[in-house]
Design a protein around this ligand. Structure first.
Ligand SMILES: *Cc1c(COP(=O)(O)O)cnc(C)c1O
Length: 423
């Protein structure tokens, strides 16, 4: 099946007389005929559900769809994109470990790494995604356990060189984790370029309608945990909390990562997606391919309009031929990047605020990447905890305005911007 067909059909095939849509299994718990049946589930000897804090069938239908879209081997939903990022890293890192991360990542991921996970004893080295090979090499330490990057940085729109970072990660015996939220598997499939684990905030294009917060982790099933067994004892040595199961042995390379994240992290931390929200994500996924095409087409026209406008100082959109990342975007995302554009308004911070106040179609919202056109000034919102130096290192200058182009008629979006830019 092609991706478009998977958006509709993957993950759930109704049997004779069964519901056409995925059922919402709104139940905390599941019934068994014998204690022995249930015991097998607790021993991870049998597949099945017992408590929705760990897993739920509705979630699994949707995770399976995203897994097939990404070309992975196993996947799980989480309650948010933040939970997906945290679980993906924490599943293989603990106190005393180290991670190499791109410096141009979503503000929430940066905070999670630099502040909260640091407090848990995990160190992060942030590298410029366009750093030299020497700088990248120097970032690795003997206790490095993973490399993290974002396909298309939110909001800097830097196109990450997945292949290059995958090679570097693998030469040090660690997996590459890629946040593929902005590109979606419609426009880029990081696993095909060497990524080992893919994360998503499904809150963005996947849901696409401002309806539900959620996340997803997809494992490629390709990383050989046993080849670097000393680095990943959590996957290659017995888990005493599950009667000594060795995840990479029992569930193979295809299943180990997600089974461990479900059995340990969901069990202990419980950031599970609500089944009702999983149902909503699935509705979004059914039109993801159609919406992404329109988001990209609209954003391209809007970017061209902004580039030609006298009150716009600069425009950053990887679909513009003059963009620093145009070539790389053509390589990794030949069908288009996403609907998000950043630009500078002539007159800096005060002019940007005035311009935003005049908009009627584009709404001021922290949200991005959904059907509605939204606009935001990151320096005073999502990235406000960073000082100017950190903002520039993260690729988000103080004058940057982030525009998330929706799927309205593009002429209405452009007319709105045009009237607001008159000053
Ligand atoms: C929004 C976002 C996240 C966090 O996701 P939530 O669903 O808001 O928790 C992570 N990564 C990227 C790229 C995002 O845009």
């Amino acid at each position: 099946m092609e991706r478009e067909t998977k958006c509709i059909h993957a993950g759930y095939t109704p049997g004779n007389g069964e519901s056409r849509m995925i059922p919402i299994v709104q139940s905390t718990t599941f019934k068994y005929d014998s204690s022995e049946d249930m015991g097998k589930l607790f021993d991870l000897e049998a597949n099945g559900y017992f408590y929705t804090r760990l897993a739920n069938p509705t979630n699994d239908y949707v995770a399976k769809k995203i897994c097939e879209l990404e070309g992975g081997s196993a996947a799980m939903l989480t309650s948010s994109g933040q939970a997906a990022t945290f679980y993906a890293v924490f599943n293989i890192c603990g106190a005393g470990d180290h991670v190499v991360s791109s410096s141009t990542i979503y503000g929430g991921s940066y905070n999670l790494f630099a502040v909260t996970m640091k407090r848990m004893g995990i160190e992060f080295t942030f590298v410029d995604p366009d750093c030299s090979d020497e700088e990248l090499e120097a970032a690795f330490r003997p206790n490095t356990k993973a490399v993290f990057g974002e396909t298309l940085a939110n909001p800097a729109l830097i196109v990450f060189d997945i292949e290059r970072f995958a090679k570097a990660a693998h030469s040090h015996g660690v997996p590459l984790i890629i946040d593929n939220t902005f590109a979606t598997p419609i426009n880029c499939r990081p696993i095909e370029w060497g990524a080992d684990i893919v994360t998503h905030s499904t809150t963005k294009y996947m849901d696409g309608h401002d309806a539900s917060v959620g996340g997803c982790i997809v494992d490629s099933g390709k990383f050989d945990w046993f080849a670097h067994a000393d680095k990943f004892p959590g996957l290659t040595t017995p888990d005493e909390s599950y009667h000594g199961v060795v995840y990479a042995e029992k569930f193979g390379l295809e299943g180990a990562f997600i089974t461990k994240a479900t059995a340990q992290l969901m069990r202990d931390l419980g950031s599970i997606q609500a089944p009702m929200n999983a149902y909503l994500i699935n509705l979004g996924l059914e039109s993801l391919h159609v919406r992404m095409e329109r988001h990209c087409a609209n954003a391209q026209k809007v970017a061209e309009f902004l580039e030609a406008h006298e009150n716009v100082t600069w425009v950053n959109y990887p679909g513009l031929p003059g963009n620093k990342y145009y070539e790389r975007a053509q390589k990794y995302m030949p069908k288009g990047t996403c609907g998000v554009i950043s630009f500078g308004v002539k007159g800096g911070r005060p002019a940007a605020e005035k311009f935003m106040g005049k908009l009627k179609v584009a709404m001021i919202a922290t949200h991005v990447a959904d059907a509605h056109t939204c606009i935001l000034h990151p320096a005073s919102a999502t990235h406000r905890q960073m000082n100017d130096e950190e903002l520039i290192a993260a690729g988000v200058g103080p004058d940057l305005v982030r525009l998330s182009v929706g799927i309205e008629n593009v002429n209405d979006i452009i007319a709105d911007l045009e009237q607001a830019l008159e000053f």
